[in-house]
Design a protein around this ligand. Structure first.
Ligand code: 4NP
Length: 157
């Protein structure tokens, strides 16, 4: 039996962008009846919000699209780097922080800017909405849904 594809979304605090992306991809694979083929998780490069549910604004934007977020924030670990097949980061700071944790070329190859999978091939950064308004959270939700579709296309599923 084929092993699951293991996907880890990574942002700074793991309460806005990466749990939104996790929820969007989980929702999509469920719709495609591919749940059994994926393991999807998220984390932050910082542990500021360890154990917290996603930001209420993140949850609200997801709920509007029928996605209920229950993930609890956790910090990225060194084990994650080996364990997951795809390390999908949201911005250049995340990219720099993650790549700085390894000298292993195989691990480095697994790090992608999630925004590179967007359908319009625009800016590959998923911007941090934390200090912004609800509209910014809505935009993040739309963007991570679009990128999730692009990511599944990239995987050929
Ligand atoms: P995230 O957003 O990285 O998308 O979860 C942030 C959440 C919290 C903080 C910064 C960004 N913070 O400074 O607490």
């Amino acid at each position: 039996m084929k092993e699951k594809t293991k996907v880890l979304f990574i942002c700074l605090g793991n309460i806005c962008r990466s749990p939104a992306a996790q929820g969007a991809l989980e929702n999509l694979v469920k719709q495609k009846n591919l749940n059994h083929s994926f393991e999807i998780d998220s984390c932050g490069t910082a542990g500021y919000h360890d154990g917290d549910l996603p930001d209420p604004r993140t949850r609200k934007a997801a709920e509007k699209r029928g996605i209920h977020l229950t993930h609890k924030s956790r910090k990225l670990t060194i084990k994650d780097l080996k364990y997951f097949d795809y390390l999908l980061v949201m911005d250049e700071n995340n990219f720099r922080d993650v790549i700085s944790l390894t000298n292993d070329a195989k691990v480095k190859e697994k790090i992608y800017l999630f925004g590179q999978f967007r359908s319009d091939q625009g800016d590959p950064i998923v911007p941090d909405p934390y200090y912004k308004n609800e509209t910014a959270f809505e935009k993040v939700q739309d963007l991570v849904e679009d990128c999730s579709l692009g990511f599944l296309n990239f995987l050929g599923v």
